[in-house]
Every structure is written in structure tokens, then in C-alpha cells.
Design a protein around this ligand. Sequence first.
Ligand SMILES: NC(=O)c1ccc[n+]([C@@H]2O[C@H](COP(=O)([O-])OP(=O)(O)OC[C@H]3O[C@@H](n4cnc5c(N)ncnc54)[C@H](O)[C@@H]3O)[C@@H](O)[C@H]2O)c1
Length: 281
Amino acid sequence: MGFKKFEMKTGIEQFSLNDKVVVITGATGVLGAALSVAVAQAGAKVAVLGRNEKRAAERVEAIIETGGEAMAVLADVLDVRQMEAARDKILTAWGTVDGLVNGAGGNMPGATVSPDQDVFDFSIEDTRRAVDLNLFGTVIPTKVFGKVMAEQGRGTIVNISSVAAQRPLTRVLGYAMAKKSVESFTQWMAVELGMRYNGKLRINAIAPGVFLTEQNRSLLLNEDGSMTDRARKFINNTPFQRFGVPEELTGTLIYLLSDASKFVNGETVLVDGGFNAYSGV
Ligand SMILES: NC(=O)c1ccc[n+]([C@@H]2O[C@H](COP(=O)([O-])OP(=O)(O)OC[C@H]3O[C@@H](n4cnc5c(N)ncnc54)[C@H](O)[C@@H]3O)[C@@H](O)[C@H]2O)c1
């Protein structure tokens, strides 16, 4: 009795993004730089979406230098009109959108409470801005580009969450609430897309641990380059005893964007050196 023939490719080719168009928001950022180059190396044309013209041009240049194809698209993820204009620009140039990575996000200074502050001294306004950026900065591009994918009958979306969603980190209130909501949105949308589009449209998330970037540099490093107490706490609670490097997110992203994860929907994959699994004892 012979084995039934596989119905799909099961080798390395299932990770290919050849002939796909992938939009990456926040591609102008530190993690976005590594993510956009990796997605291009996997074969996709990359729409580098951000607000900073110079940085977007640098990212496009870096992709072209490694033999990939990319285009800068200047837009604010919180502005529906700008997202629609971005969609039109990409469709005019490349005719399709097959993937979306919601990478724009970050913390707001007043949405945190430092140890010398009263716990109630956080700013409501900054807390709202943190929720806006991380949650609605994910919801709006998903609504605009997800509809294109639905009309095409195929597509994959990957949201960037954080370990702060799994266990809210001390001090960072707005960010923790926002990322938790990103994961709730991921699950809700995954169920709706799964039921309505017959498995052809999927949405998942990646929750990075701590990666040293511009956004958290002042939290993690002193002016002389030594680690802050907070950085040491992170390292001591990470079984790998180090921060992640941006390239370590890329394999998971390619997996989630490609056919390699064809039956994966509504998941959050932690890339955190074991931080979330560690009890601290
Ligand atoms: N660095 C970390 O350790 C870490 C850990 C977990 C999760 N994350 C998440 O990863 C993602 C990328 O983080 P990063 O460390 O590269 O930060 P970053 O600040 O370097 O990159 C974020 C990018 O998003 C852009 N952006 C911000 N608001 C925008 C808006 N309204 N419209 C369009 N673009 C906008 C910024 O200009 C920046 O280029 C974020 O969602 C962040 O929350 C980071």
C-alpha cells in the first residue's frame, strides 16, 4: 500500500514569497529594516511604508542593493485617506497586494509611570496615543489592504505585538494595553477571515521579546553605554541571557507570510529567547 501523494509542496519552496507583493508598515524603523530586507530576499516586492522620506529611501536602497525590488510609500497608518492613497499607489505599480506586515508601533513617554512617580500620574492623552498607534495603526491598514486581499481571494497579514501583551511590563501601561488589544484583534479577525474566505486569507502575529532599538535605547542603556537596571532585569529574565537581534525575527515572519504556515491562523508566535516561558526562579 503506497502513501498518498502530498497535496502541497513540503520542501523549502513553501517558504518562498516569489511574485508576491508585501506591504510593511513601520519599515522605516529598526526592526522594519531587517524585516523588509528579509521579505525581499524571500522573493517579494516590498512596499516600504512609513512617514520619513529619507529613511524610506534608505530602506528601498538597501533592498535594491541585495538584489530585491522595493518602493517607498509615504503614509501615516492612522490616516485612512493616506492608507487608501498608499493602496492605490501600490496597486497601480504592482497590481496586487499579497501580504501586509503591521510593524508601525511604539510607546509614548506619558503612557508610562516611572518608579519616582505616583502610579496614577500617567497621562491619559499619551495612553490614548499609544493605544491609537499600536491598535488603530494595525486596524486601519488591515481594513484597507485586507479588503484588497479579500477581493483577490488570497492574502496573509502579520501583526507585530510584543511580550508586553502576554505579561504587562511594569511601567509601560499604554503599550501593554495596546499590544494585548492587537492580539485580541488578530484572533477576532482570524476567525472572521477564516470562516468567510475559506482559509485563503489569514492573520497572525509575532510577539518579539526585547530587541535593542532606538525606541528603547534610553530605557536600556546609560549614556556611557552600560546597561540600565531595567536592561539587566530583562536579561536576567531571558533564559538566553541577551537581547534579540532584529534578523532573528525574520524567519518567523517569512514563515507566517508564506505557504509554510498555510493552516496557521490567529496565532501569536513569541520570539523572545524564552522570556515569556520563564518564571524567574
Ligand atoms: N524593539 C523592541 O524591542 C520591540 C519589542 C517588541 C515589539 N516591538 C514592536 O516592533 C515594531 C517595530 O519596533 P521598532 O523597535 O523597530 O521601533 P521603531 O521606532 O524603530 O520603528 C517603528 C516605525 O514605525 C514608524 N511609525 C510610527 N508611527 C507611525 C505612523 N503613525 N505611521 C507610519 N509609521 C509610523 C516610525 O516612524 C518608525 O519608523 C513596533 O510595533 C514595536 O512596538 C519592538
